[in-house]
Design a protein around this ligand. Structure first.
Ligand code: HPA
Length: 268
């Protein structure tokens, strides 16, 4: 943990108050508007040293600290992806800050392509596990034995059970599946998608996995939800593009918001 994190935490407390944060939320492509649902203080990433601020279109580069359904949350409106600058640990300052503010858990969200015919654009998928198809790791270079993070239950079983129960309560289908991290920024080829399917992937995307690894390294519980924006390459005639991702993400975002609100209302 660097000194920078203490300075970041002091800055956030000075602007947003001392009350500890319970949960972090990382918003994926096209989901940035969820930050607007939180009553609180928005801090531009540009004010937070070490935070990404160039960003990808469709993201909202602010940290919002405030209440959602009576729970104090830290909403990260944008993430830096590996493909932007080649840094798989780009979200480490954000996750360290979350922990320094008292956070115990983080829920990551993303946009993803589906490899399963029963999970369609506009649907949500809860990550039961992931495959690191990129071969990259945000802990490379970490000098201590803490780097040998067990990943057996990386996607927290209790958090997932609560999210599934909330989805059922609000009438949103939340199938579980395995997310494959592909570095991007080019999309996958149909042959790569066939390979990922054989390897056990249910959805594919360009984020989240490094955040899950970092969260476990830092002792944060973690769960992640994909909003499916398209069928993966070769599985439909629809053209895959970032524009399409941004246009489709709000469909899933509305469902995601209902699930998350219920989940927070019942967080113990
Ligand atoms: N592949 C990778 N990332 C994505 C996709 C996809 O098909 N859709 C949205 N993000």
């Amino acid at each position: 943990m660097s000194r920078n994190v203490d300075e970041l935490a002091a800055l956030v407390r000075a602007r947003a108050g001392d009350a500890p944060v319970r949960l972090g939320l990382i918003l994926g492509s096209g989901l940035g508007h969820l930050a607007g649902a939180v009553e609180g203080v928005a801090i531009p990433y540009a004010d937070l040293s070490g935070f990404p601020h160039a960003g990808v279109s469709g993201h909202n580069p602010h940290l919002v600290i405030g209440e959602l359904e009576g729970v104090r949350v830290a909403v990260f409106g944008a993430r830096e992806h590996y493909y932007e600058k080649g840094n798989p640990a780009a979200m480490r300052p954000a996750l360290e800050l979350l922990r320094a503010l008292g956070g115990e858990a983080v829920i990551a969200t993303n946009a993803a392509g589906s490899l399963r015919t029963d999970i369609r654009p506009g649907d949500l998928m809860l990550l039961s596990d992931h495959i690191n198809f990129s071969g990259l790791n945000p802990l490379i270079g970490e000098a201590t034995d803490a780097r040998f993070v067990p990943m057996g239950d990386a996607h927290d079983p209790a958090l997932r059970a609560s999210l599934r129960a909330s989805a059922e309560a609000v009438g949103v289908a939340l199938p579980e599946g395995v997310y494959a991290w592909y570095s991007g920024p080019s999309f996958e080829t149909p042959a790569e998608i066939r390979a990922i399917r054989i390897l056990g992937g249910d959805a594919v995307g360009m984020s989240t996995v490094p955040e899950v690894i970092l969260a476990r390294f830092l002792g944060l519980k973690v769960a992640a939800i994909s909003t499916i924006t398209n069928m993966a390459a070769g599985l439909s005639d629809e053209k895959i593009s970032h524009e399409h991702t941004k246009a489709m993400a709000p469909l899933g975002a509305a469902k995601l918001e209902r699930v998350l609100r219920h989940f927070l209302r019942h967080l113990r």
